[in-house]
Ligand binder design. Structure first.
Ligand code: FAD
Length: 409
């Protein structure tokens, strides 16, 4: 067991594993990647594996595009497998308001060089014969979007970090963070203390508890999210675009010859991880297929096959929602050496490579290459210690996943 290192990364999901990998690529530092469970085994492998290049803000879209470039070359970079398809995506508006949003998004995407354009529902149907145009007003086509096998990403980065010399410590739980005079000195684990001047909290659903051990409040809410995968359906090809239906908050993509579909319910299940048993694993998350069935029923006119195709698999995990829908990434003021990578907002796996790359830059060069202040934990005032308020805002962000205009609180 390592007793001192230069960087401790807590959590080997997408955020933590990518950070460890990019730190090792930069070289010159000893990195220990710790996980309370098996490596890369919690929420990350249970994701849908969609990556959107057009995000809610221009800076996020630039980062998302860079992340897709990393994902496309992940296998070449790491020597680990990643199934990935650049299928593009179709985002469908059924309401007049959403159609207006799409028109704005199309020009924004075009300005950012993403090749986005609005197409007719009939043109979208020709691109994706399972998508029916009835009830749809407009569709945004984004050609560069990809989908990938989610279980490969964090495990590939963790393995690659290990090959580059990182110490991999699965089944090692961080139980405390040592701070002295406002600076990090290391972590306490169930296998002993590890001294380190830099600690990165990438503990996924548990990131709040890890930070709380250092007296830091991370305003996010662990929230259940689920997907289903159908049995193979005749005529489904891997290159069919991802489809998102805005007001229904439902997404669909090809998977294993059938479809993978998920969506955002209006009253999501939120967790206080403190209340769960100590040995809790994301695999134990209570699931509810009824939620997905209702969401699929809501898009029956556009995607009838989702209501009829036999179910092959149903899975879920616990992503973390913030009250403004933006990630929480970067150093924590008042705790020198302590960094957070949290608030994935159900979009963390696809952005993980660039979060890892930027955190590595921050640590090695003293600052990231882009202005990441919009992701700073410093943006949150004391009002977000009000748990009821935090939960309300996080739930709103969850079910308005495809609409970008958030309420003010
Ligand atoms: C059904 C579903 C669909 C999704 N679809 C998408 C999608 O299409 N695109 C997308 O980008 N994202 C998607 N997501 C979200 C994505 O899965 C998350 O954003 C991402 O996996 C978050 O990674 P993470 O590293 O924060 O968390 P995790 O993968 O959960 O990793 C955190 C790790 O920290 C470890 N840990 C916790 N506490 C400690 C401790 N005290 N000591 C040591 N280790 C600890 C945990 O064991 C865990 O392995 C989806 C999620 C779900 C559930």
């Amino acid at each position: 067991m390592v007793r001192d290192t230069d960087v401790v990364v807590i959590g080997s999901g997408g955020f933590g594993a990518a950070t460890a990998y990019f730190l090792m690529r930069r070289g010159g530092r000893r990195v220990a990647l710790l996980d309370r469970h098996a490596l890369a085994s919690q929420t990350s492998p249970r994701a849908a594996g969609n990556a959107a290049t057009l995000r809610s803000t221009d800076p996020m879209s630039r980062l998302a595009r860079r992340a897709v470039e990393w994902l496309l070359r992940l296998s070449a970079d790491t020597g680990e497998p990643l199934e990935i398809v650049q299928s593009g995506s179709l985002k469908a508006a059924r309401t007049a308001e959403d159609a207006e949003t799409l028109a704005r998004e199309a020009s924004r995407g075009e300005r950012l060089g993403l090749g986005t354009r609005v197409v007719s529902p009939e043109a979208a149907h020709r691109m994706h014969p399972f998508f029916q145009p009835g009830g749809v007003r407009a569709v945004l086509h984004t050609p560069g979007d990809v989908y990938f096998e989610p279980s490969h990403v964090a495990s590939a980065y963790a393995a690659a970090a290990g090959k580059l010399g990182a110490t991999l410590l699965p089944n090692t739980t961080v139980t405390g963070v040592h701070l002295r005079n406002g600076a990090v000195e290391g972590v306490e684990t169930d296998r002993g203390r590890i001294d380190s001047p830099i600690v990165i909290d990438a503990a996924g659903a548990w990131a709040r508890q890890v930070a709380a051990a250092a007296g830091i409040h991370v305003p996010m809410v662990p929230t259940r999210h689920q997907v289903l995968i159908t049995e193979p359906v005749e005529g489904v090809r891997p290159e069919l675009p991802i489809v998102r239906i805005m007001d229904a908050a439902v997404y669909v993509r090809p998977c294993w010859g059938g479809f993978l579909a998920g969506g955002y319910e209006t009253e999501p299940t939120q967790f206080d991880m403190e209340q769960l048993p100590p040995g809790f694993s994301v695999a134990d998350t209570p699931l509810d297929l009824g939620v997905l069935r209702r969401l699929m029923e809501g898009v029956r006119e556009q995607f009838p096959v989702l209501s009829t195709a036999p179910l092959r698999l149903h899975r879920g995990g616990i992503p973390t929602m913030t009250p403004d829908g933006q990630h929480i990434v970067g150093p924590v003021p008042g705790a020198a050496g302590f960094f957070v990578a949290s608030g994935c907002n159900v979009a963390g796996l696809s952005i993980a490579p660039v979060i890892g790359e930027e955190l590595a830059r921050w640590i090695v060069d003293g600052r990231p290459s882009e202005d990441l202040s919009a992701m700073s934990i410093a943006r949150f005032g004391p009002e977000w210690r009000d748990e009821a308020r935090l939960r309300r805002a996080a739930a709103w962000e969850y079910w308005h996943f495809y609409s970008y205009d958030a309420p003010s609180s």
